[in-house]
Ligand binder design. Structure first.
Ligand code: SAM
Length: 336
């Protein structure tokens, strides 16, 4: 029974008992049943007991009714929190989502994250190495917040497929797509390795910036990107005992021993790492599995040679990068 109905029934019963307790019927001078000497004792104690019980029940119901009104008030307020009031703006769109890493170009007039990835020297370099992307079809792995996507579109790419697995990052990419009016970029939510494993047609260029070192199996990703394009750009962290000797705090994320894998006739060292809970942050931008592997710089280059990517250019080598040594590679398939 709904609480409000139960409350009104109880109030009705209390009123009736009260009436029975009245001394006289108005005007007639006759005594009420409960006031007659023959019924007075037992019945009036019974009536008192029932009255007390009913009052208690009414109090409990009263509290419940008040409580559920307060909680529906709370729920209503929570729903109303989802509304953006005032003048529609770019900032409202940014503020709708949390965890921003990338800044937006000034003309957008909104503050998001800090990194000016929309004008990243690494992507300018990759585009310079590739040559004109006019009319090209590009695959971008892990766009995060579409800073690089914007640069690729502005450079004239005809089609950009940007595959992002993190749901919140994907939504931030959609906000950026709207704010920057991106027309040629399509954002897809899911695992780029599965996309690459199922591709029917190659891309002119694959941009794999900031993703190799987040992979459980980085060699598999190298196989996939070299299979699906003749030109690739990678920016990645790498493991190095020389740049990061024992005791270097940047080694703290490494776990277990180094795996030495025999792969296509070469030996590759794989350094396992854990995020140690960093994924709790809304701005987390790592991979989808806690355990991931870093490779050494020479091993990455050797693997590319084995995969017949022999035209290799290197830049942005930063052994002292605060998150670990890192560098850029632009590579093309060699003549067969
Ligand atoms: C370190 S961020 C790199 C962002 C940007 N590309 C850059 O270079 O600054 C890695 C991005 O890849 C995404 N990512 C990682 N593993 C992925 C996977 N298997 N499939 C799709 N996206 C993935 C992460 O969610 C994150 O947005």
């Amino acid at each position: 029974m709904p609480l409000n109905l139960a409350k009104s029934r109880l109030t009705g019963w209390l009123r009736q008992i009260h009436r029975l307790n009245q001394h006289t019927d108005s005007g007639s001078g006759t005594k009420s049943m409960l006031q007659r000497p023959e019924t007075n004792g037992v019945l009036s104690s019974l009536a008192r007991l029932v009255t007390r019980g009913l009052r208690k029940a009414a109090d409990v119901i009263e509290r419940k009714v008040d409580g559920s009104a307060a909680s529906s008030r709370h729920k209503r307020d929570a729903v109303l929190d989802e509304y953006s009031t005032g003048m529609p703006s770019a900032q409202n769109a940014v503020d709708a989502l949390r965890g921003w890493n990338h800044a937006l170009p000034d003309h957008v007039g909104a503050t998001a994250g800090r990194g000016a990835f929309y004008n990243d020297a690494r992507i300018h370099w990759a585009l310079e190495k590739f040559g004109s992307v006019e009319g090209c079809k590009i695959l971008e792995l892990g766009p995060l917040e579409a800073g690089h996507t914007y640069l690729l579109e502005r450079s004239g790419a005809a089609v950009i497929h940007s595959i992002e697995a993190n749901k919140l990052s994907f939504l931030r990419c959609l906000v950026v797509k709207e704010l920057l009016g991106l027309q040629n970029a399509r954002f897809l939510l899911g695992d780029f390795t599965v996309w690459l494993e199922n591709l029917q047609e190659p891309y002119d260029l694959i941009i794999a910036s900031g993703v190799l070192y987040h992979m459980q199996d980085p060699l598999h990703l190298l196989e996939l990107i070299t299979k699906n394009s003749d030109a690739i750009y990678l920016w990645t962290h790498y493991a190095s005992d020389a740049a990061m000797p024992m005791g270097d705090p940047r080694r703290q994320a490494f776990v277990g021993s180094v795996e030495i894998r025999e792969w296509r006739g070469i030996k590759v060292r794989l350094y396992k790492r854990s995020y140690h809970g960093a994924w709790r942050s809304k701005s987390f931008c790592g991979g989808m599995h806690d355990l991931h592997c870093w490779m050494e710089k020479d091993d990455i280059l050797a693997a590319l040679h084995v995969l017949n990517f022999s035209d290799i250019h290197i830049a942005h080598d930063e052994p002292a990068h605060p998150n670990g040594p890192s560098f850029s590679i632009f590579a093309r398939r060699g003549e067969t």
